[in-house]
Write a protein that binds this ligand. Sequence first.
Ligand code: 6IA
Length: 135
Amino acid sequence: MKVYFAGSITGGMEFAKQYEQLNDFLKTKAIVLTEHLGSGKISDQGEQLEADYIFKRDTDWIKESDLLIAEVSTPSLGVGYEIALAEQVGTPIVCLYNKKSLKRLSGMIRGNKKITLIYYETIEEAIQELKKVLA
Ligand code: 6IA
């Protein structure tokens, strides 16, 4: 199974630690196309690649992935775009929102019945819920 793992970069990386922990878990269950996000090495500058290259690569990856998992605790234009694209091409979507986030979760995510939404506080909780979804 191929998973596209999305999370805010330019929008802010307050949850970088969680990206890393989620990425480590997901790698035990699937091929994670966007491993760089949870590598612990990426900053809010993102990968140092041309924007047109990133756009093409990431949209192609979304089209070929079996599941999109987005960490949405930090609002991000890029992640919102990726979620909408996944919906358009019929890729199932799971969003994870940390209850300690200082940002409210957008109604465009909360109100979308096609999205499986997981609210979590600890990473163990998030992983437990993800296991159910992946089973
Ligand atoms: O708007 P954001 O940057 O927060 O969007 C983050 C999402 O878009 C992530 O899920 C990534 O898959 C994707 N993304 C956006 N920018 C990058 C990037 N470098 N490197 C990797 N993935 C990205 C940014 C460099 C750019 C300023 C030229």
